[in-house]
Design a protein around this ligand. Structure first.
Ligand code: NAD
Ligand code: UFG
Length: 341
């Protein structure tokens, strides 16, 4: 059985579904601070059976001890965490407490229970302002410019220390690039509870008339069209990276770092044009100054994951956007039906 912390969230729910599709038993631990119980129903509908679900906090040591005693957990995928970069600047202690404290408590409980296989949701943000593209795993980690990024780097460092202290540990640090899109069924996707910060969730709300215009942060970057370039990866590809990592960890010990990205960067304006093509919906733009802390370019060298995990991202940008738009339209339809009733 695989325990997924944060398994009701955007990434964790897709990981849960992928694992269940591979006949794994899944137990989800989530405090629902940024997700809803309905995600569990949606996973169940798509998988044809229910994952185990416990509403609770990953910082609750007593709860973790109980779960690891009562369920036959072989490995943990640790997705639980807070992820809003801007918010982390204003509430650093909440971010360190949740993201670093949660990881620490989880590692302590796992060690005590004798569960030593762990996959961690890390982020390309740990590379800081790396200027050599593409970024491979031996690039130095930078000095993240915000508490969110710092909390990911600190959690990584805790896991590295833990792994060097005891050879029984087998840890995968997955450095995600920019996950977007939704499950092709339109039943599972990102459902931000507050105003979105990330490009695609914001764009989707503009496309569906919930917001007036999409701000383009910075038009003077040293890129072909002046806007920032990122490596957008389909959420299903990303989730499959986790199942491959878990499989590979069966034959590996210590800390293993893998980039999960496509290896191809797109600018903000390229992404907007592709969305307009795919959806047929024009997106009003508001050109703004650069957003503090943003890097110019960030895209992955995914070769290590290809060699060691036999994994590669397969979906095109158009598919990511079409799937995201289908999810957004379904969400709106559901809301209208609920309001009409
Ligand atoms: P999300 O907010 O949709 O999911 C996180 C889930 O964790 C939520 O369901 C939330 O309720 C839960 N959670 C938060 N704190 C918890 C706690 N203390 N105990 C139990 N549950 C808790 O976010 P996501 O996009 O699915 O991100 C998952 C992980 O991946 C996060 O750690 C995030 O930092 C990391 N990550 C995300 C991105 C991205 O762009 N989405 C990029 C890099 C890394
Ligand atoms: N952008 C806009 N307008 C918006 C939002 C974003 O122009 O409304 C631009 C940004 O300036 C950037 C690009 O779109 O050039 C992507 O921005 P996102 O906020 O979608 O993503 P980031 O690359 O800033 O960060 C994301 C996650 C981090 C994660 C990182 C990994 O938010 O958690 O990817 O690369 F660490």
């Amino acid at each position: 059985m695989i325990l997924i912390t944060g398994g009701a969230g955007y990434i964790g729910a897709h990981v849960a579904l992928e694992l269940m599709n591979k006949d794994e038993d899944v137990l989800i631990l989530d405090n629902l601070c940024n997700s809803q119980r309905s995600a569990i129903d949606r996973i169940s509908t798509l998988a044809g059976r229910r994952p185990g679900f416990v509403q609770g906090d990953v910082r609750n040591r007593h709860l973790l001890d109980t779960l690891l005693r009562d369920y036959p957990v072989d490995a943990v995928v640790h997705c639980a965490g807070l992820k809003a970069v801007g918010e982390s600047v204003h509430e650093p202690l909440r971010y360190y407490d949740n993201n670093v404290g949660g990881s620490l408590t989880l590692c302590q409980a796992m060690a005590q229970a004798g569960v030593f296989t762990l996959v961690f949701s890390s982020s390309a943000t740990v590379y800081g302002d790396c200027t050599t593209m593409p970024i491979n795993e031996s690039c130095a980690t930078g000095q993240p410019t915000n508490p969110y990024g710092m909390s990911k780097l600190m959690a990584e460092n805790i896991m590295k220390s833990v792994a060097s202290s005891d050879p029984r540990w087998s840890i995968g640090l997955l450095r995600y690039f920019n996950p977007i899109g939704a499950h092709p069924s339109g039943l599972l996707g990102e459902a931000p509870l507050n105003q979105p910060n990330n490009l695609l969730p914001y764009l989707l709300q503009v496309a569906s008339g919930q917001r007036e215009a999409l701000s383009v942060f910075g038009t003077d970057y040293a890129t072909p069209d002046g806007t920032g370039v990122r490596d957008y990866i389909h959420i299903v590809d990303l989730a499959q990276g986790h199942t491959c990592a878990l499989e590979a960890l069966g034959q590996r010990s210590g800390v293993n770092i893998w980039n999960l990205g496509t290896g191809r960067g797109y600018s903000v304006l390229e992404l907007v044009s592709a969305f307009e093509r795919v959806s047929g919906v024009p997106i009003p733009l508001a050109f703004k100054a650069r957003r503090p802390g943003d890097v110019t370019c960030c895209w992955a060298d995914p070769q290590k994951a290809a060699d060691e995990l036999a994994w590669r991202a397969r979906h095109s940008l158009e598919t990511m956007l079409a799937d995201a738009w289908r999810w957004q339209c379904n969400q709106l339809q559901t809301e209208w039906v609920q309001q009409a009733n």
